[in-house]
Design a protein around this ligand. Sequence first.
Ligand code: KG4
Ligand code: ZN
Length: 340
Amino acid sequence: MPQITLGIESSCDETGIALYQTGRGLLAHTLHTQVAMHSEYGGVVPELASRDHVRRVIPLVRQVLHTADVLLDQIGAIAYTQGPGLGGALLVGASVANALAYALDIPSIGIHHLEGHLLSPLLSDPAPEFPFVALLVSGGHTQLMRVDGVGRYTLLGETLDDAAGEAFDKSAKLLELGYPGGPALAKLATLGRPGLYKLPRPMQHSGDLEFSFSGLKTAVYTLVKQSDKDEQTRSDIACAVQEAIVDVLASKARAALALTGLTQLVVAGGVGANQMLRARLTEDICKRGGKVFYPDLEFCTDNGAMIAFAGALRLAQQQGKKDYRFNVKPRWNLAGITAT
Ligand code: KG4
Ligand code: ZN
C-alpha cells in the first residue's frame, strides 16, 4: 500500500491535521482556528495558542483517521511544522509528532512552514510543473522564489521590513477592524470607491524584486488620522490600501517572471486568498501568455494538508528519520533548506 503521511501544522493560531497518501492524494484534513479566542486581544497571544494546540491536536488526529477510515498503524510517516512560527506552538506539534512516530516505529520529518505553502498549489488541479516562480505572501513573509523542484528554491527577492499580510493587518488595525485584519479589510474594501485616495507603492519601481511595506503603514496612519470616521470613508481607505498592496505585489511578480524567463506563477500564503490580488495577477499575467496557479482557498491559509503533502514529497527523497530527537526553529530561512 502506498505510504500514508500524517501532517501536523501548529506554527501559529491554527491546528491543522491531514492525511495524505502518495499516489492517491489527500485522504482527509481538518482545521481548528483560534481566531475567536485571540480576537478578544486584537492579535495572537502565544501562550494561549500553545495551550489550545495541546487541547486540539490529539482529538483532531483521531478525527482525520476516522474520516479517512484509516487505522493508526496504517500511518507510514509523520510530518510536522518545525518552523518558522511561535516557539511554544511549534513545540506542541513537534512533540506530538515525534512521540507518536516513536510509538508507531515510523519516520518523522520536520517541515519548513513556507515550503508547505510553496508546494500547496501542487495539491490543486491543474497543478503547475517545475520550474515556476512562487509569490509567497503570508502574515510573516513576502518572498519571490524560483522553484526548480522539491527542495530546490532560489530566493529572488523579499520584503525588507513588513510582510504584505502584516501591511493588511496593521492597516486594518488603524481602521479599527478586527483580527485577523486581512480578510476584514478586503471585505470593507468591496464597499470602497477605487482611486479616491492615492497611497504610496513603496519600491514599486526599484528595479529589483525587493519589497517594503512599512512606509505604507505610516501613510495609512496619517490618512486615517486626517479623515472622517464614517463607513464610506473607511471603505474608500480600505480600498486604497488594498490597491496599493496588490499593485506592488503584481508588478514585482510580473518582473520576476520577466527576469527568470519562466511563464508559471504560483501564489501561496494567506494573502493569496485575496480576491483582488487573484483577479489582478490572472489578468496581468495571462495577458502576457503566462499562467497563474493558486492553492484552493482552504489551502491558502495555514493548514495541515500542505504539511502532510510536503512531508510525503520529502520522504520520497528519503529524508525521514527515526531518531525522534527534535528541535523547533521559530526563525528559519527557507533558503537554508535548499538542496542545490
Ligand atoms: O499564511 P497565513 O495563513 O499565516 C502565516 O503563515 O502568516 O497568512 C495569514 C495572513 C494574515 O496577515 C491575514 O490577514 C492574511 O494572510 N490574509 C489576507 C486574506 N486572508 C488572509 N489578506 C488579504 N486578503 C485576504 N482575503
Ligand atoms: Zn502560513
